[in-house]
Every structure is written in structure tokens, then in C-alpha cells.
Design a protein around this ligand. Structure first.
Ligand code: GDD
Length: 316
């Protein structure tokens, strides 16, 4: 089966390929921009086909999809860091919404019907009230950042292209996922890197933080990519599914857990630059719809995820 992964050089994309390589009969292609960093894919680069393509350029997307003729598309490429969407809102919306639209239009014009998984996000729920927890797919969407709006747009387009053209699309709303290779700007990775730097004496023993009161539902990226695969194998086309662990952590509790894995003594300092104009206070999800459809269960405890992430930074 021919599988295309967009965002193959990224965090989730590279973990998805690690997983796909364990499934017999899967032929993997990835699209990447020519300047993309390749450190996450060096270990499997000779086992996949890489095609250069900028998702924001419709003709380049059509050419790439025509060459690959995929039967499955995992659409993971995106501008995925929430704070960047405030400094570069136009670029974030173009990359995320128009980039995806270009895939849909390419598939439509080529007359092919690959199953497509869209990496939508729990950020779409945005402002969630305590009496709405845990969040189900039916919760209202109250996005609090341009990034979240871009994901609402991707999600809505996915629904619309399924309804209008029967392009077989499954939307997964992933809650926070972490693990080795996580980009250094995201909170678990940022804090783990700071701890590793302090351990090596590369930085004074001060951890710089933003809003520690936010609550997030963390899942290991390796469990999430398995869910991506299952979403197209066992999920119902046209549907939307939450992917989450069903347990929330305050960012403070996550930091405490991380610090318990190290012997360094640190001071914690709030950095005003790390505060957001509107931060999503709580994301705690209910994945029962997806579990029922596919039999998926997250397997890796968050403690293990954080430990692996810390080891990743210690080794660098
Ligand atoms: N990045 C960062 N750095 N976040 C911090 C910090 C810090 O120093 N201190 C506190 N936080 C808080 C943020 O304010 C936020 O409430 C929480 O930690 C998580 O921040 P991120 O790791 O940047 O992730 P996110 O929740 O904004 O978004 C991630 O999850 C979404 C799914 O829920 C991203 O991976 C998105 O792409 C994804 O869609």
C-alpha cells in the first residue's frame, strides 16, 4: 500500500514513519521542503521516497501527488507552534489551511480517492468550561489563537470535502503529544532541555517558564502515531475523533515530575515573553469514541514519555 506522509521531517511525521516501517507491505513516501532539516529522518532516509514540494504551491502539490499516487495520506505538515501564530498569523493560516486545500484539490483533480487523515487539534476547543470536562467531539469550538482558528478551518474543510466530493477523510483532534525529537519550543521539550543544559553546566540553575497553571492532557507521540494509522484502517470516513489519554496535568506538575528525574536544584522564574495573549486554560479529553471504533488504547505512561524526552536532550 502506498502511503504519503506530509511533514515527514517533523516530530510526529518521523515517529509515524518509524511505526509504518513495522507494517508489512507499506511503501512510504514523504514530501518535504527543500530547506527542511533532516535530522529526524536520517535513520530511515534510505527506506522511504522523498519528494520535494511546498504545500503552499498548488502546482507543486499536484505534481508530487501525481508522482506518488498514494492510497493513504497522513497530513501532518503544519505551522504547529501556537505563539508563532500570533507573530505570523497570515503565514500560519496560509500554511495550515491553504496547504491542506491544495492537497484536497490535487486529489480531486487527479480523480484519486486516497483515505486522508487530518491532524486537527484539541486547541480548536479553546475556551472550555469545567462543566464540559472531559471534552467530547461535540463540544463547541471556541478557538483562542490564530493557530486554533487555522485548525478549525482545516477541520471544517475536511468535513466539507467529504460531504461534497466523498473524499474519504478522517479528522483526528490530537491533544498534546510528547516524546523524543519534540521541537525545543514546546513546553515539555523546552523544560527538559533546560534541565539537561543545567545538568551539563551550560546554563545557570534557573528554569524559565510561562503559565504553569494551564492543564494539558499528554499522550506519548508513539501512541498517537499508532492512532493515526488506525484512524484510516478502522475509523469511519467523514468522522472526527479525539486522541488523548484522559488525564490532565498542570504544567507545574509536569515540571515537578521532570525535576524529580534529575538531581539539579533549580530556581523557577517566570518569563513574561512566555505568556500568551490568551492561553487555553484546560484541555482534558475523552477518547472513548475513537477507542470504540478502533480498539486503540494509549500504552506508554507519561512518566516514561518525559524520561525518554529528558534522555533525548541529555544525549545531545
Ligand atoms: N511552549 C511553552 N513554553 N509553553 C509553556 C511554557 C513555556 O516556557 N510555560 C508554560 N507553558 C504552557 C503554555 O502556555 C501552554 O498552556 C502549555 O504550556 C503547553 O504549551 P505548548 O507545549 O507550547 O503546547 P500547546 O498546548 O500550546 O500546543 C500543542 O498542543 C496542541 C494540541 O493540544 C502543540 O503541539 C499544538 O501544535 C497542538 O495542536
Amino acid at each position: 500500500m502506498k502511503v504519503l506522509v506530509t511533514g515527514i521531517t517533523g516530530f510526529a511525521g518521523s515517529h509515524l514513519v518509524d511505526y509504518l516501517l513495522t507494517i508489512p507491505g507499506v511503501e512510504i513516501s514523504g514530501i518535504m521542503r527543500w530547506r527542511s532539516r533532516t535530522e529526524n529522518i536520517e535513520h530511515f532516509q534510505d527506506k522511504v521516497r522523498l519528494v520535494e514540494c511546498d504545500l503552499r504551491d498548488a502546482s507543486s502539490v499536484r505534481d508530487a501527488i501525481d508522482q506518488i499516487r498514494p492510497e493513504r495520506i497522513f497530513h501532518l505538515a503544519a505551522q504547529s507552534f501556537v505563539p508563532t501564530s500570533w507573530t505570523a498569523p497570515t503565514e500560519s493560516l496560509i500554511t495550515n489551511i491553504i496547504g491542506q486545500l491544495n492537497i484536497f484539490e490535487a486529489v480531486k483533480k487527479l480523480g484519486i480517492k486516497p483515505r486522508i487523515q487530518l491532524a486537527c487539534s484539541s486547541e480548536q476547543y479553546g475556551m472550555v468550561y469545567e462543566n464540559e470536562l472531559p471534552i467530547r467531539e461535540t463540544n463547541p469550538l471556541r478557538p483562542l489563537s490564530p493557530y486554533a482558528v487555522s485548525k478549525v478551518g482545516q477541520d471544517a474543510l475536511g468535513y466539507q470535502y467529504w460531504m461534497s466530493f466523498q473524499i474519504p477523510i478522517v479528522r483526528t483532534r490530537g491533544f498534546n503529544h510528547e516524546g523524543p525529537r519534540r521541537g525545543p519550543v514546546f513546553v515539555c521539550s523546552d523544560f527538559a532541555r533546560q534541565v539537561a543544559d543545567i545538568e551539563k553546566g551550560r546554563k545557570p540553575p534557573v528554569i524559565r517558564v510561562g503559565n504553569l497553571d494551564a492543564r494539558r492532557d499528554f499522550t506519548d507521540v508513539r501512541d498517537i502515531v499508532r492512532a493515526y494509522w488506525l484512524s484510516l484502517e478502522k475509523g469511519e470516513m467523514g468522522e472526527v475523533y479525539n486522541l488523548c489519554s484522559g488525564k490532565d496535568w498542570t504544567i507545574r506538575a509536569m515540571l515537578d515530575l521532570l525535576l524529580s528525574m534529575s538531581s539539579v536544584k533549580v530556581k523557577i522564574e517566570q518569563d513574561p515573553a512566555r505568556m500568551r495573549p490568551s492561553d487555553v486554560p484546560v484541555l482534558l479529553g475523552d477518547a472513548s469514541k475513537f477507542k470504540k471504533a478502533t480498539g486503540w488504547e494509549p500504552e506508554i505512561p507519561f512518566e516514561q514519555t518525559l524520561r525518554d524526552l529528558l534522555e533525548y536532550w541529555r544525549a545531545r
